[in-house]
Design a protein around this ligand. Structure first.
Ligand SMILES: Cc1ncc(COP(=O)(O)O)c(C=O)c1O
Length: 391
């Protein structure tokens, strides 16, 4: 399933070219003959027949409008740096959130600006977060020898314990990292409780809320902490075009915060300079495409129902999810890595174990036919998992 560029293809091409050169046949026709005629099997998406349900993408994107914009921007703008389109998207995001352009920083995927925020924070102190959340970017400084992430246990139902996190804030904490809805649990915090937490915690330290999945939930604006930025609280919010907009491969994300916070975080990166014309065009064309967003939410709900039915039919349980992935409890003996492997053997890609949460397995909603493939593969994968556990 991994891509191996064919050495023979390239070797064949260069041998053909040198043979043509040796006979003095470097004419346009000769050149054409010297090029490998077969297109290399570059894979831009999943291998056909494989259900890719491991990265919470929206395979129904890019929308038709985004695809049109990508083609146009690539042909008219591909040769040029994307400064103007970047400024356009930044202004658009600022205006729609009632903020100034200086409050917005756009990068090639939100991972980048989230990592910059993590590096900026750890230049001052430590990052505090729950035990279980999407910690990839806040772990980036740790991987470089920076301070350890301070983790607070999730509640028994795996939700984020805001009170315990608040109580863990001390003078060493430079940033609190909350992901809402949380990945991998799919759980959403009560908006009033989160708002109150953000207001009081941000009096002590910077609070980051990663809202990557906000547009996928019902009533997204009610759950967003973006208004707190306008109210002057020490809060930054990350958003992405990778999820509901179906543009994970186009790499566009952004962060909103006070001018001071954005300036400090931007020192750790190159800001909008990282995004390309096609990605910007896709984001600009998709941002207000309500029909596509409604359609995507509908597909996510359909997919989630199929997953939940399969979970129940196989005697398992799952956390109720508000978004495009489900955290499945494989039972006390469950082994998420063995289950993942058994699923992969049936061409279904899902996530393996998170940290110490061995019995929990995350599956994304995706194309309905892919989710059906997951549902059909569960019984055999469970059998294989139990065999692996016993062995
Ligand atoms: C919670 C969360 N935030 C951010 C990201 C990163 O998304 P991107 O870099 O594609 O914007 C992900 C990716 O899965 C995620 O789950």
């Amino acid at each position: 399933m991994t891509y191996n560029p064919s050495r023979r293809l390239f070797l064949g091409g260069s041998l053909a070219a040198s043979a043509a050169g040796a006979t003095g046949l470097i004419t346009p026709a000769g050149l054409a003959a010297a090029q490998p005629m077969q297109s290399p099997k570059i894979m831009y998406g999943p291998t056909p027949g494989v259900a890719k349900l491991n990265a919470n993408e929206n395979p129904y994107g890019p929308s038709d409008m985004a695809l049109k914009a990508i083609a146009e921007a690539s042909s008219t703008g591909g040769a040029y740096y994307a400064y103007r389109a970047g400024m356009y998207l930044r202004d658009m995001l600022a205006e729609s959130n009632g903020l100034k352009p200086e409050n917005v920083s756009i990068t090639a995927g939100s991972s980048l600006i989230l990592a910059f925020a993590a590096f900026a924070a750890t230049s001052k102190g430590k990052i505090l977060g729950p035990d279980l959340f999407w910690d990839t970017t806040s772990m980036a400084p740790v991987r470089q020898g920076g301070p350890e992430l301070v983790r607070v246990p999730n509640k028994a139902d795996l939700s984020i314990d805001l009170d315990a996190i608040y109580n863990a804030i001390d003078d060493d904490i430079a940033m609190v990292h909350i992901c809402n809805p949380n990945n991998p649990t799919g759980k959403l915090l009560d908006p009033k409780a989160l708002r109150e937490f953000c207001i009081k915690a941000s009096k002590k330290t910077l609070v980051l809320v990663d809202e990557a999945y906000n547009e996928l939930i019902d009533d997204g604006p009610k759950h967003s902490m973006i208004p707190l930025i306008n109210e002057g609280h020490n809060i930054i919010v990350a958003r992405t075009f990778s999820k509901i907009y179906g543009l994970a491969g186009m790499r566009v994300g952004y962060m909103l915060g006070s001018e001071e916070n954005m300036e400090f975080i931007n020192k750790y990166g190159l800001g909008g300079y990282s995004i390309n014309q096609a990605g910007l065009a896709a984001a600009i064309a998709s941002y207000n495409d309500e029909a596509f967003k409604d359609f995507s939410r509908q597909k996510v709900k359909e997919g989630r129902d199929i997953i939940m039915d399969a979970v129940k039919a196989n005697g398992l349980s799952a956390l109720p999810s508000t978004t495009n992935f489900v955290f499945v409890n494989l039972g006390d003996d469950g082994d998420a890595n063995a289950f993942r492997k058994a699923m992969e053997a049936q061409d279904v890609l899902i996530r393996g174990q998170y940290r110490t949460y061995q019995q929990w397995s995350r599956v994304s909603t995706g194309r309905i036919e892919d989710v059906k493939k997951y549902a059909a593969a569960v019984p055999k994968a469970l059998d294989e998992m139990y065999k692996a556990i016993k062995a």
